[in-house]
Design a binder for this molecule. Structure first.
Ligand SMILES: [Zn+2]
Length: 220
């Protein structure tokens, strides 16, 4: 292990990074709670799809932190959480396709549209928090890239849900649900497979940020 640089600027930057990553995680949890409640209340497939995706992100980020001190238990938690999230994604995908095929795709209403747009705004806020990191670690760079792609995904889903409410087109909400459920499965399949294989290296690639990062030169 290399010595941690005790330069005050460095410590401040590292504290700022942690603070911003925690803020991003807190917003992530908030979006999940709002979308889960919203999907139950309005029956929106698009919100249900986004809720499973945000739950997957929250679990992944939380388990990255937990895994640093409890690698063995974290692998078990990754298997359980990954399997449940995959099931959730598959359920939303199935329901959305079913509603679409059987003509049950209903307009989820203005409330669902507002919550979906709120989720999009939350993802923009997460991306903004992570982009403000002055001294990025490999972990935080990975999260930043993911957050950028989440802005696009949640934007597409918000358009579907809002469009469904605005134009009274139920199929748009189901299309958003298919996108959300599909993305949840796509995003969680590899890490869950790696957890079942006991492939710890898969989860460690972003964990050793403080030394490997120094080689890539982000010195002030
Ligand atoms: Zn995500």
């Amino acid at each position: 292990m290399t010595e941690i640089d005790r330069h005050p600027d460095k410590e401040e930057a590292s504290l700022d990074r942690l603070r911003r990553m925690r803020q991003a995680l807190a917003i992530n949890i908030g979006i999940f709670a709002l979308q889960l409640a919203g999907s139950v209340i309005t029956g929106s497939n698009g919100l249900a799809g986004e809720a499973t995706h945000e739950l997957g992100d929250t679990a992944a980020h939380g388990l990255d932190v937990y895994g640093e001190s409890n690698p063995g238990k974290a692998m078990l938690a990754r298997k359980v959480a990954g399997s449940l999230i995959l099931l959730g994604g598959a359920y939303v995908l199935g329901e959305s396709i079913n509603d679409l095929v059987n003509g049950h795709a209903d307009n989820p209403g203005v409330k669902a549209a507002a919550i979906a747009l709120g989720g999009f705004a939350g993802n923009v806020a997460i991306s903004h928090r992570l982009h403000g990191i002055e001294d990025p670690s490999i972990n935080s760079v990975g999260q930043m890239r993911h957050a950028d792609s989440d802005v696009l995904k949640s934007g597409a889903i918000a358009l579907g849900v809002a469009g469904s409410a605005l134009f009274d087109q139920g199929w748009m909400d189901s299309a958003a649900g298919i996108l959300g459920g599909g993305l949840t499965i796509a995003g969680n399949a590899m890490p869950t497979y790696a957890a079942y294989r006991g492939n710890t290296a898969y989860f460690e690639q972003g964990a050793h940020h403080n030394h490997s990062h120094e080689d890539h030169g982000h010195h002030h």
